[in-house]
Write a protein that binds this ligand. Structure first.
Ligand SMILES: Nc1ncnc2c1ncn2[C@@H]1O[C@H](COP(=O)(O)OP(=O)(O)OP(=O)(O)O)[C@@H](O)[C@H]1O
Ligand SMILES: [Mg+2]
Length: 334
């Protein structure tokens, strides 16, 4: 296995020139200001892991990806990708990684996609047999057949993204860095991209996926790291995060005189509803099956269903808490 990525106390500050004089007369009056993008960011990823990297706009996701890709130099801290400093060993790093920035492409605009693919394979020195194999996989999973002979400039946004994803697989990267790969892509395009990523994960490629689209996470990632205002505020398994939020249990009693308040007192849980129909809001500290058993002991149940919390609700709740001023939400594990 081994570690694919190790980031320790990473800090990144952008220096930006700010005009202080009056536009347009006083063009030379400016001063430098610092924009802190990342502060004390630490995390690591084992080879073969698929990690979602989430956080509100401006949190620092793209900055992290650019640093891992070796495009940006960190201000402080240490970053290792397969044991090497990605900025210092950019060329070496580029052979190990594939990078996709949503809505941007490395394909040659005027060339048919397949010609761009051949050029990329040539640049990386990919043997013909490997290229054929990888191309077949990309065409199959991303359904590229009809796009291969069209110049990149004629492709729609979603088609371009699929073609782009195919291109980053050709040199056989061990780590994929993806910055919103499904941005602006329609539902069937997303489905293809997700099946492609799931397949890469299956064959052992490490995936680091920054996204606002939680469907991407559910189909691909086991672990989730959340960044907020340049700091890691959560790092854990998606399943544990979901479980910690508790299930909702919808129940209907035969007797519509059962009262919500007495139910809530008996269960020690929040209850909403009336007239024998209730939703019990689990806390995540007790397995839902145990709450169900307790419900059966409280009256004759005629209907019951258990609803797992969905990722959108969970992440939305955490964002709400963060924007309410909390800097950590208690799940941080590293
Ligand atoms: N080139 C730059 N110069 C100055 N500031 C920058 C630059 N790039 C990013 N920033 C700032 O750094 C912070 C982090 O930006 P970053 O693009 O990494 O966020 P993000 O999490 O990718 O956001 P989004 O979800 O909107 O893509 C923001 O405050 C942003 O304004
Ligand atoms: Mg971004």
């Amino acid at each position: 296995m081994g570690e694919a990525v190790v980031v320790n106390n990473l800090r990144k500050v952008y220096r930006v020139r700010k005009l202080v004089g009056k536009w347009p007369a006083d063009l030379l009056s400016f001063r430098w200001t610092e924009v802190p993008a990342l502060q004390q960011v630490s995390f690591s990823m084992n080879s073969g892991e698929a990690v979602a990297y989430v956080g509100p706009n401006g949190a620092g996701k793209s900055t992290t990806i650019k640093i891992l890709a070796g495009v940006l130099r960190p201000t402080e801290g240490s970053v290792r990708v397969f044991g090497h400093d990605p900025f210092r060993y950019r060329i070496h790093n580029s052979h190990n990684i594939g990078v996709v920035f949503g809505q941007r492409t490395q394909l040659w605009w005027e060339l048919p996609v397949i010609d761009s693919y051949r050029m990329i394979a040539k640049i990386y020195g990919v043997p013909r047999s490997d290229l054929d194999k990888r191309l077949e996989m990309a065409v199959d999973l991303l359904e590229l057949e009809k796009l291969l002979h069209r110049p990149a400039r004629t492709l729609s946004l979603g088609e371009k993204m699929r073609a782009e994803l195919g291109s980053v697989l050709l040199h056989g990267p061990r780590l994929l860095l993806l910055d919103e790969p499904t941005l602006g892509v329609d539902l069937s395009g997303k489905r293809r991209i997700r099946q492609f990523l799931a397949h890469l994960k299956k064959i052992g490629v490490t995936v680091f996926l920054a996204t606002h689209d939680l469907g991407d996470i559910e189909s691909t990632c086991d672990r989730l790291i959340m960044v907020h205002q340049g700091r890691i505020v959560l790092d854990g398994m998606v399943s544990e995060l979901l479980a910690s939020f508790g299930h909702d249990i919808e129940v209907r009693f035969a007797d519509d005189r059962v009262e919500g308040r007495s139910l809530s007192d008996a269960l020690g849980l929040e209850v909403s509803g009336a007239n024998g129909r209730f939703v019990i809001h689990g806390k995540g500290t007790e397995p839902p099956v145990s709450v169900v058993e307790r419900l059966f002991s409280l009256g004759k149940v005629v209907d019951i269903s258990v609803k797992a919390p969905d990722l959108e609700f969970v992440i939305g709740s955490i964002y709400d808490r963060l924007s309410g001023g909390q800097s950590s939400c208690g799940h941080t594990s590293g």
